[in-house]
Design a protein around this ligand. Sequence first.
Ligand SMILES: Cc1ncc(COP(=O)(O)O)c(C=O)c1O
Length: 395
Amino acid sequence: MKTPPLPQLGHRTLFPELQSRVYLAHAAVSPVSTPVREAVLAVLDAYGQLGVGAFPPWIAQRQRLKEVIARLIHADADDLALVQSTTAGLMALALCLDWRPGDRILLTRGEFPANVTPWQQAAKQFGLEIAWLPQPRPNDISEWLDALRQALRAGHVRVVAVSAVQFQTGLQMPLEAIGVLCQNAGAELVVDAVQAFGAVPLDVQRLGIDYLACGAHKWCNGLEGAGFLYVAKQRIAALQPRMAGWLSHEDGLGFLFRGAGLLLHDRPIRQRADFLEIGNLSTASFAGMGAAVDVLESLGIQAIFDHVQPILDALEDGLLARSFTSARATDPALRSCTLSLLPPPGVDLLALHKLLTAAGIAHSVPDGYLRLAPHWPNALHEVPVVLAAMDEALG
Ligand SMILES: Cc1ncc(COP(=O)(O)O)c(C=O)c1O
């Protein structure tokens, strides 16, 4: 097997099959890099050749993966559970919190539904109350923070659920300030990190995050079917194992490999985040995620973020000059690696989307925005290509 070239900021040599001229859709789905592809193929080869013999090495691989994720978010590997997706992590949490009747959950208007639906379902199951905060505006975050303060003052808030980065505007939420407010009010902060992890630095300890869920297929550069949930150490003991399976028990695997007498049905459920690893996971997806996070770690998340900002600056300048309206925060601390814009008056976004896609500019159009999401393989020299395609599309 040839060794793939080393990842390098601004170069897409690890994406030799990528057809788009410029790929700006990392906020939607990441393309697959050579190391991810090779890791997935290695799983298929191993299972093809060895069957059950391929199983133990991949369990070890998952432990390594957790260690890398833990370093990237400043957590302990033991505080992570591998889950199938962002939603799977959030739903597990919503089921397992030790709710008290009348607990309130604060949700935010305009959030991606992944961090809404599980809480709405939990509210029905456990008799909880949902309260809504307004949609956060990139250039008036104090409005949202004031609403949060007020809602916390009203009392009984158990959970504040929010995305690290808003999926449509790209606004990076002020998590540190939110964390302090939650802590002072005795509320728990739950973060959907899928629009951040991989391109926006995250430090769960500094930010006072109690729980963080993330899937692998966006900025992490992995595949669907893999993700993780972080649970702060001090929150573990209170979780109720309402979601548990054969692999949730202490030494749940032993009876398969270490002889007779170990098949017990009363083994305790692990008091660790990984009790939420309830059964077999997608080995191929997690192998891909493992290769993806290795690339991210080798480049460094802060370096990736810093690399992307000038690309967004240039795209934003070019599109403002073409009468787009930018949703990007003017405060650099509230920016992410996503640039979202509203098209010029009279321009049909979906028609523009078709023309840009046909011109090889991969992007996405959530909730009425043109969303441009470059990542570490993108480069400044791609900006004129995008702007030329835009001029063509706008006629
Ligand atoms: C903020 C946010 N959360 C969650 C998701 C998806 O969740 P999942 O990984 O469960 O499919 C998306 C996009 O697809 C998103 O933008």
